[in-house]
Each structure stands twice: as structure tokens, then as C-alpha cells.
Design a protein around this ligand. Sequence first.
Ligand SMILES: Nc1nc2c(c(=O)[nH]1)N[C@H]1C(S)=C(S)[C@@H](COP(=O)(O)OP(=O)(O)OC[C@H]3O[C@@H](n4cnc5c(=O)[nH]c(N)nc54)[C@H](O)[C@@H]3O)O[C@H]1N2
Ligand SMILES: Nc1nc2c(c(=O)[nH]1)N[C@H]1C(S)=C(S)[C@@H](COP(=O)(O)OP(=O)(O)OC[C@H]3O[C@@H](n4cnc5c(=O)[nH]c(N)nc54)[C@H](O)[C@@H]3O)O[C@H]1N2
Ligand code: SF4
Ligand SMILES: [Mo]
Length: 756
Amino acid sequence: MGPVEHLVTCPLCEAMCGLRVQVLDGHVTGVRPNKDDVWSAGHICPKGASIGHLHEDPDRLRRPMVRRPDGRHVEVSWDDAYAEAERVLRPVLDTDGIRALTVYIGNPVAHNSDLATYIGSLLGFAQAGGMQGYYSPGTVDQWPLNVVSCLLFGGMWNSPIPDLYGTDHLMMLGANPSASQGSMLSAPDIMGLLKEITKRGTVVVVDPRRTGTAERATEWVPVHPGTDALLLFAILRTLGENGWVRKPDHLRDRVLGLDETVALADPFTPERVASVTGISAETIRRLAHDLAHARNPVLYSRIGTCAQEFGTLTTWLVFVINTALGALDRVGGAVFAKPPVWVPMFGKPPDQDGEGYTFGRFRSRVRGAPEVLSCFPVGCLAEEIDTPGDGRIRALITVAGNPAVSVPGSGRLSRALGTLDAMISIDNALNETTRHANVIFPGLSPLEHPHIDDLYWMYSVASCIKYSEAALEPQPEPGRPHEWELLLRLGGSLFGTPVPDVDVATLDDLYTAGMIATFAGLPNNPLTGLDAARVMAQLDGRGPERLADLSIRVGPWGDRFGERPDGLTLAEVKRHPNGLRLAELAGGRLDETVMTPSGKVELLHAHITDDIPRLIARMDRPNADLVMTSRRHLRSNNSWLHNVPTLMKGRDRCTLLIHPVDAARVGVVDGLLAEVSTSEGALTVTVEVSDEVTPGVVSLPHGWGHGQAGTQLRIANAHPGVNNNLLNPTDIIDVPSNTHAINGIGCRVRPLEARI
Ligand SMILES: Nc1nc2c(c(=O)[nH]1)N[C@H]1C(S)=C(S)[C@@H](COP(=O)(O)OP(=O)(O)OC[C@H]3O[C@@H](n4cnc5c(=O)[nH]c(N)nc54)[C@H](O)[C@@H]3O)O[C@H]1N2
Ligand SMILES: Nc1nc2c(c(=O)[nH]1)N[C@H]1C(S)=C(S)[C@@H](COP(=O)(O)OP(=O)(O)OC[C@H]3O[C@@H](n4cnc5c(=O)[nH]c(N)nc54)[C@H](O)[C@@H]3O)O[C@H]1N2
Ligand code: SF4
Ligand SMILES: [Mo]
């Protein structure tokens, strides 16, 4: 018999491409793009094409591992792993309580429905038991967007995306889709869509580096890192001064605070911001003019404008300017996607029980950082572990995360992880982080479990739904636990039941029923007022499939349990292996999507505008001689695809990009070693001299620094690179969102080798 083909959605980035995976005798024999996928229509990138190699990777964990007293990890049975988790965890819980435990949730959680739907069980149980903040790389990523979305639009994941099909003038800041394939913006073949925009209009890329995206744009605007908020305020001021603020009918009575916000731009004249941003006053005026005179202008920003000193103000200004251009909620502008599913994270979190949102409800123990959406800055984790005293973190659970590489101050964090009394990881690799874990519970490979995306449809340029079946049986034993079961087991153990004894099936029922009952009792969500017992009785299956059925049935196309007999259920979605394309982007949806207390877009919030004096002060602070920024590569995925041989082909990617003028000034030479240092530390790295970075800026990718003792990553360890988070300090923070700056960090570069 020949290979069997399975249609699955690639879970490796937000583009959600459809793949055809060929399987023969339990092995992947080929991966091809799925041209019939209703969403991606045959688009694919090298990462998706390599998913078979990821699955077959001999280093990928398939059995639990425990750490022996000599520090080595050995494979054990599932029962022994549960027993070891109990042995290390219980004494901490018995003496210090759940307060001494925290959880780190990594990025792949959002790309794996088993984890995404059940992470709430672990977090919810831990929070109920007294855990303080939790940690996530969100605070090195999109937390500014989450804060702004809560305040302006009423939900943490509720914000408009640029209509890439309709705009004729896109200004993109701090994003490089030629590598990332789009972020908080899901689009099939995003570079193809950008090319179409350049044909009918303009794409302006604001980035300190002439990226692959900037290369293909109409114009590249090299901005000094961390100063975008100044540029945007100056643009807003120019719009106001020239009477270019548009107030279209569809926004009338739907937006609060626009005039007051435009007035706040007053101090930021193009002349005043020019020297710090590195963009001339003339250019700023032209950028504003072009936006104002385009038919369908829109701004979009991403991590380069979030993970920087003024992430919240910058992200906020993007939405403010979209509003001032009249682009909000209209085709061709900034529109709200319509996800076909509804999941609890789309609602207001139950712990935010007042009107609007409250931040700073509790503070971190050591530096007193206020929580923001229940998170402390992730760079606080190390000090919470290694600073003695009451309330010290002694137990950590990591779920699909690699903080020893991915977070600022990772040197201190790595050392701190080694001192924990209990560390448990749910992860597929023995890597820089999990080498410190007492127990590693491996998840399934992405091809071994079904998957259905939820969050990314909130940011997608069309409303689609797709179900991925499991292409392969879990190996080595088909019955091995799924990650959602592991999450329930760990969550269930927090209240006294020994880890091996948790009744996962019963807890699953309780978790699902409890979640439905909670949201049924809260206002303004699709579960409001539903009878929880009746809903439970009608749902199919258990675990993530049951939750997927729920989220589809209460979604905009759902059957609402018989109310709409032709509506969707999970079973119906499964009948369409190429997916269902349900709707295209549309405007006019503010009344339906905005969940603020006033029901309107609320532009002005003290939580955001209180940060303006800090920005004003920035205008008087001269730029550092050299600053460091981060970059991504199409063939990497944060820290964890470097063990896939097909993705490691080609030349060394972990180089320090530096402009020829700076290279000459500091005396470093292309291809030779240099030292780059910051207040946090120093690294030795190969120099790549290139005018693709602006003078004054160097760029180093993140996710490297492999080759650590005790890891099992043969390929990655042979190409270790260096970890730029050893250089990123933990104290440069975007105040309103708790987000670390990893862009615009003052640094020094000096030669370590000379050409003879
Ligand atoms: N300097 C710098 N630092 C950065 C960034 C930057 O641009 N510059 N970017 C930041 C951003 S945006 C992010 S999102 C973070 C990422 O930070 P993290 O999420 O902490 O790190 P990742 O490298 O994505 O690590 C993912 C982990 O999940 C595991 N894994 C992969 N798939 C699965 C699975 O299906 N199940 C389980 N259980 N485990 C799995 C991998 O083995 C790996 O250990 O890094 C942040 N850090
Ligand atoms: N291939 C691949 N795809 C990925 C990932 C990956 O690691 N590899 N990671 C995924 C994840 S977790 C995320 S969050 C997304 C991120 O997706 P993107 O936001 O598109 O991320 P980057 O490609 O890092 O692009 C960020 C850009 O910001 C620029 N920048 C740095 N500082 C500043 C600044 O101060 N101002 C401005 N205007 N620009 C600045 C950088 O030079 C860089 O070009 O990508 C996702 N997709
Ligand atoms: S762009 Fe690449 S990594 Fe992203 S979903 Fe598509 S194939 Fe996967
Ligand atoms: Mo991210």
C-alpha cells in the first residue's frame, strides 16, 4: 500500500498554512502544500515543509525524563515520572503553599489546541490556590497590544488588523513578515499580499533595519530603535495642524477622546523629534501628508514597536492614527476579524470584575512590579527565585517554553532554575531550560494530535475554520498521555491529591462544566445565560475536542445547540478537510465587537497617557552611540527549530549586523570575532558588516546560545550561536504593559580579532 495523505494545518506560525502530510508505516515520507486549503491555497514556507523532520527528530522526547542526583536525565515510565513530580512538588506545597509556585507559559501553547484549551486549568487552579503572577514571553512580545486592546476595545485579544486586501497605503512599523510570516496578523502568503499593495499603492516600512520586507516595500524609513512613539506623535500632530483628521460618519458617536488625544501631540513637533528618531522633519511631514491623502491608509505595528521602551504608547498611537485617518472599522483600513470560534480568552477575564480594567492589583515580591493582566515582567522570574525571604518561588512549572534562552537576563535565570526545589516541564525537548527540570513530561509531536486554531482567527484576513486530524498515532505507545491531560493532572495535584492519583477524566468534566457555568453567569459573551448542564449534555466527546465543539457552536456560525439548526458543529467542520471559508473582512462592526464600559472606542486612558512625560523626557536624551536590536529568520522559530537539519542549512545566521561606518569606527571586520557588551553582560560573536542596519544600530538574532551541558540537541548544539538575552537587561521596561525592551539597548562593540 502506498503512503496515506493527511491534511493538517501547520502549527509553526500564525500563517496557518494547509499541508499535505504523507505517511507510510508510521513515518512521514513527504510534506507538500495543500493547494485546496480554503485559506492558504498552497502557500508554505521551509518550516512547514520540514515538519516531518521535526516529527522524526531522534532527539525529540517521547518518554518522560527525570533528573538523577548527578544531574543527568534518564527516561522513566509515566508512573515513575508522576511519582517523582509528587516527590519534589509536595514538600513545597505543604510548607509554603501554592504561593511558592509559579507557571511559565511558552509561545507554542498558542499553536497547540491541547495546550491552549487546558492551560486555563493549571493556571486557574493555581490562581485559585493563591499563586501570584504567572510568567509568559508575552512580556517580551505583545503585552502592549493586549493592554491597549483592553482599554480601547474592551478585550485583551480584541483589536483591528490592517485590511491587506483593501488598503492602498500601508505603514508597517516594527514587523518583518518576510521572516515572521505575519504576527497578530494572520494572512496566507503575506509577502504576496504586500506585493499586491505596492502595485496598487504604497507600503512604507519603518524599521531600523532594511529587512526583506523593507527591500520589497515602496519606502524604507530607518527609525532609531525605541523612538517610534515620537515619530507617530509628530505624524498625529501634523494631521491635526493641517486639518487632516477625518471624522467619517461611521465613527460618529462611536469614538471617545479623539480631539483630546490629538491635542496631546502638541509638544511633538517634527523638528523636535527629528534628531532622536533620525527622521527629518520634512520626511515626517511627507509621511503624514501621504497618509492623509491616500484613499485607504492604514498603520500596522508589531514586536519591534512592542518590545521596546515605549511599547504601549507606540501601539496605542497606531490605533489613534488609524482612527484619526478615519480608517478604523472600514474596508481598506483597520478592521476587526471575525473568528469562527469563541473561546473564554476572547471575553473579559472573570478576575477583572470591575468596570473596565484594573492593573496593579498586586505586586511582585522583590522589585514591587505591578501585575498587568496577571503577569509580572518575565525578567522578574529570576529574582523571585533567587532572592531569599518569605514568598520566594521554590517550584516552577514550564509549559512549552524556553525562558533560559528567550527572556532578558537569561543568564541569571538559568542559574536560578538550577536552585529550585521543584521544576516540572511539559516540553518536547531536553533543552537549555528543561535541563534544570526534575521531571520533563513530553508532549506529542504536532502530527500526533488533532489541532484546531482559535486565537489567530481573531487576527486573520478572512474568517475560516479548519480541523487538523492526527496524522500519526502517538509513539512509542498510542495510549500515552496528551498534554491537556498532563495539565489537568498537575493542576489537580495542587490541592492535595498526589500527582499519580488525580482523576483526570472527572477533573476534565469539572473544568469544562465550571468554565461554562462561569461564563454563563457573566455578561456580554456568547455563553451568557446558557444553561450549563444542558450545554454539557449536548457537547460531543471530551478534552479539547469537546471544547472545540463548544467554541464552534457558540461562535458566529455555530448551531447554538439547536437554535440555528444549519449552524456549525465540530462534526460538521470535520467533514471539510480543506477547511471552510465563511466570510471576508468587513467594516461596520464596532457595535458588535467593542466591549468597553461605554460601548465605544475609548482612546484616552490615564494608564496610557500618564507615560507621556517619560516620552517627552526622551526627546532631550541623546541617543546612545550604539544600540542593539533583535531579528528573526524565516528558518528559525524562536529558540526551538535549530535541531531540524533541513532548517540549519546555509551559512551562520547568528551574526552581529553592523553598519560599515560603525564597523570602521569601532574597528571590527566582517567575518571576524568581536565582543558586544551591555550593562547585563558580554558575548563573543562573528561580525557581519552590512548597510542593511542604520548607523548607530546593531542587530543580533534571538533564540540561539545552544551547546549547554546536559541538553539533548545534537544538531543545534553543533551550531550553538550566542544568546542575545544574556545581554538584554531586565530593568528597561515599557511601564504601562510590563514589557521588556529588547530593542534599543545601549551596547559597545570591540574587535577581538584583526585581519592580518
Ligand atoms: N531577544 C529577544 N528575545 C525574545 C524575542 C526577541 O525577538 N528577541 N522574542 C520573544 C517572543 S515574541 C517570544 S514568543 C518568546 C518565545 O519564548 P518561549 O516560548 O519561552 O520560547 P520558545 O523558543 O518559543 O520555546 C518553545 C518551547 O516549547 C517547546 N515546544 C515546542 N512545541 C511544543 C509542543 O507542541 N508542546 C510542548 N509541550 N512543548 C513544545 C520547545 O521545545 C521549546 O522548549 O521569545 C521572546 N524572546
Ligand atoms: N520564521 C519565524 N517566524 C516567526 C517567529 C520566528 O522566530 N521565526 N516567531 C514568531 C513570533 S513568537 C512572533 S512574536 C512573531 C514576530 O513577528 P514580527 O513582529 O514580524 O517580528 P520580527 O521579524 O522580529 O520583526 C520585528 C522587526 O522590528 C524591527 N525593530 C526593532 N526595533 C525596532 C524599533 O524600535 N522600531 C521599529 N519600528 N522597528 C524595530 C526589527 O529590526 C525587525 O525587523 O513572529 C512569529 N513568526
Ligand atoms: S508560513 Fe511556514 S511556518 Fe508558518 S504556517 Fe506556513 S508553512 Fe507553517
Ligand atoms: Mo512571540
